[in-house]
Design a protein around this ligand. Structure first.
Ligand code: HEC
Length: 303
């Protein structure tokens, strides 16, 4: 019984990111092994601090992508749908390929259905409404970071909505001058804010920043020796690996924990290089933060 209850948050994490299978993948076999291993852990589960800002109510967001005739691009979502809590910042990824031998500029528009939900669908970062250039045969991944305003649940017009479709269409640009490079999302600097949202959706089910959950606490992981948090029951493989966590080792770990450290117990991997880069940038940004400062929810002057 107890063992089952302790495994529940893991199941929750799996369900929560079930729609993101191309971004994150799990090993079922290892997951089972891992559940029986953590049954003996005896840690208490705590709700991550930032779930306080999100509502319990969820909505399913589906993604639809189109390319207008005249633009030889392929344009796809990396996930077909995600179920999100109202207010939770959610990262999703799209990929576009220029199928032609020429550089081409596209322009994306989007719409949200049902239309009355549009005012509650907030995009924090997206590639829409700018002229975007893709080199010949280039493929890029672009993130969209969004949240659904919790006010949707109190508006009589929208409170019954359980599913939203976000639909994008790329058109051949009529004014390609001054276009930005669509590859900027993957070739540009890392984005720790996107990394934070990715962490919340893909990691927080198992990892808290300051306490052990199913996985070890991660606030000070950057620069730390692998497998070194006192009292956390690491696998022998990780504890004895001698790895120090830095940008390169963390990215390799996230790409395939058990490939990088055979015998390690983390049962998931992040398949998108852009997502890995941004998660690592977020972990790095935390390295000098303290739990007290974050508990107050504000940056404090040093000393
Ligand atoms: C399903 C649970 C689960 C998920 C989801 C998960 N982890 Fe882990 N993680 C673990 C476990 C268990 C370990 C300990 C592995 C071992 O001992 O071999 C671990 C270990 C780690 C470590 C090594 C820490 C140390 O102290 O050496 C890092 C770094 C890490 N995870 C990062 C992440 C990131 C980033 C994500 C999200 C992309 C993530 N994990 C998602 C379960 C998980």
């Amino acid at each position: 019984m107890n063992r089952f209850r302790r495994a529940l948050p893991v199941v929750g994490a799996l369900v929560a990111i079930g729609g993101m299978t191309t971004l994150v993948s799990y090993s079922v076999q290892l997951y089972r092994l891992f559940c029986s291993a953590t049954g003996a852990l005896g840690t208490t589960q705590r709700v991550a601090a930032d779930t306080a800002r999100t509502a319990a109510r969820t909505v399913t967001v589906m993604f639809d992508t189109n390319v207008a005739p005249g633009l030889p691009w392929r344009f796809r979502p990396l996930q077909t749908q995600v179920t999100v809590h109202l207010g939770a910042q959610t990262p999703v990824f799209f990929t576009a390929t220029n199928l032609s031998d020429k550089p081409l500029v596209g322009h994306a528009t989007f719409n949200v259905t049902p239309g009355r939900v549009g005012i509650y669908f907030k995009k924090i970062q997206c590639f829409c409404f700018t002229e975007e250039r893709l080199a010949p045969h280039q493929t890029v991944q672009m993130p969209v970071l969004f949240f659904v305003d919790p006010k949707m649940a109190t508006d009589p017009d929208t409170k019954d909505v359980t599913a939203i479709t976000l639909s994008y269409t790329f058109f051949h640009s009529v004014k390609p001058k001054g276009a930005t490079n669509l590859a900027r999302f993957q070739d540009g600097p890392a984005d720790p804010k996107l990394g934070e949202a990715l962490f919340a959706s893909a990691c927080a089910g198992c990892h808290a920043l300051d306490t052990a959950k199913v996985g070890p606490p991660l606030r000070h992981v950057f620069g730390r020796l692998a497998g070194s948090v006192p009292g956390y029951p690491y696998s022998k493989a990780l504890a004895g690996s001698g790895i120090t966590w830095n940008r390169s080792t963390l990215e390799k770990w996230l790409a395939g924990p058990r490939v990088f450290v055979p015998g390690a117990l983390m049962p998931m991997a992040v398949s998108s290089p852009v997502a890995r880069r941004d998660i690592v940038a977020y972990l790095r940004s935390l390295a000098h933060s303290s739990s007290a400062a974050s508990a107050q929810g504000a940056a404090r002057p040093p000393g």
